[in-house]
Design a protein around this ligand. Structure first.
Ligand SMILES: [Fe+2]
Length: 376
């Protein structure tokens, strides 16, 4: 067996690890990328007391970072006399992904647009170091070298992926995740579950990524149902933070696969939150990979037990308890669209990462359709 694994991010994990941030910034000029909410304003003030004032604060990051807003925000970097020496990304996946765009843009969003649309012009991209401070347990972006960029006006989604876009540091402080509301906690937690499973039914899997993925998935299946009933529990928040981090470390080396490929048009067309769009199909994918063998099947059996069909039923029950339907009709996807979505999802880059067989996936997707017919 031949494989490789690498991840360069230095990780600071633990309750109140946020306090180490000023030391990591040091005397460098920093820009802060965050959300415009009181919770984040308070954290920014706390940081300013110990690290000094940032040269720029971007506090209007929106979910699903989009061309139009990113171009305008990047322009604010261009107006600075001196570019920041480090970007602190304090928030969820959209904040960390936006920070990666700013780090690469060098004040000119045109550089990003050209690279995303043609894969040309990599030499014009910069790479300002990033310190990522995730405030949700799910994105994994704190330990990956890519970010998702949306062009909603043209119905497109891109991945900005560069080896030098790994954050230099990830500061994972479970205290920052306390108080996150139920829907956000559920959807981000399910995104992390999807990252772990997607790294397993993946042609790029390896023993290290699989080890992280098994640990992540087992913890999420155990912790998330408890956490949604006890959102202020710091111990459960800590376990979810670590599971999400481990899922990130797993898929940082494999990228995602079919469930994510399927999810992007569902988010674009039907407005379904990413974490739900990329997880309601997981039982279907699990049913389709029984018999593939190797690291994938071994690892899935460590998570779900020896019978993966039963495991898929259990996973569907787990999602149901969290209020997530596995029926595409629940997301206003009809049978015809579902069939086309499945076919298209196999074609994209993420779809080609899928280790299972296309015909078994299509068969499993028709079982979903039959289930819909029975309940209709
Ligand atoms: Fe995801």
């Amino acid at each position: 067996m031949v494989w490789k694994y690498a991840n360069p991010v230095q990780i600071e994990f633990g309750v109140d690890s946020f306090d180490k941030l000023s030391e990591l910034i040091g005397s460098r000029r920093y820009a802060l990328v965050t959300y415009g909410e009181p919770f984040f304003d308070a954290l920014a003030s706390r940081l300013e007391k110990s690290a000094g004032a940032p040269v720029l604060v971007i506090r209007d990051v929106a979910p699903n970072p989009d061309y139009r807003l990113l171009a305008e925000q990047t322009g604010r970097f261009a107006e600075l006399e001196q570019q920041p020496e480090v970007i602190v990304a304090l928030g969820g996946g959209s904040v960390i992904d936006s920070a990666k765009v700013f780090a690469a843009a060098g004040g000119d969003f045109g550089n990003i647009r050209t690279f995303l649309e043609s894969q040309n012009g990599a030499e014009r991209l910069s790479a300002i170091p990033i310190i990522a401070v995730p405030t949700t347990a799910g994105t994994g972006s704190e330990v990956t070298c890519w970010g998702t960029v949306w062009d909603e006006a043209n119905g497109k989604k891109y991945s900005l992926a560069r080896p030098n876009l790994y954050p230099t540091h990830a500061v994972v402080d479970p205290r920052l995740m306390l108080g996150k509301p139920l829907l956000l906690t559920t959807s981000t937690g399910l995104d992390a579950l999807s990252h772990s499973l997607e790294s397993l039914w993946n042609v790029n899997n390896n023993p290290v990524s699989a080890n992280y993925a098994v640990s992540a998935a087992r913890n999420i299946l155990d912790v998330l149902p408890k956490l949604v009933k006890d959102l202020g529990n710091i111990e459960l928040r800590g376990r979810m933070a670590m599971a999400s981090l481990f899922a990130g470390l797993a898929f940082s080396n494999t990228k995602t696969a079919i469930a994510h490929s399927l999810s992007y048009p569902i988010t674009l067309r039907h407005g379904v939150h990413h974490g739900i769009a990329c997880s309601f199909s997981l039982p279907m994918v699990l049913r389709s990979v029984q018999g593939v063998g190797g690291i994938c099947e071994d690892s899935l059996k460590q998570i779900f037990g020896p019978d993966l069909q039963q495991g898929a039923d259990d996973l569907e029950g787990f999602l149901g308890l969290l209020g997530i339907s596995c029926n595409p009709a629940a997301y206003k996807i009809d049978r015809k669209e579902w069939r086309l979505l499945i076919e298209d999802s196999l074609q994209g880059e993420r779809g080609r990462n899928f280790l299972g067989s296309a015909s078994q996936l299509i068969e499993a997707s028709q079982m979903v359709r039959l289930a819909e017919a029975r309940t209709a």
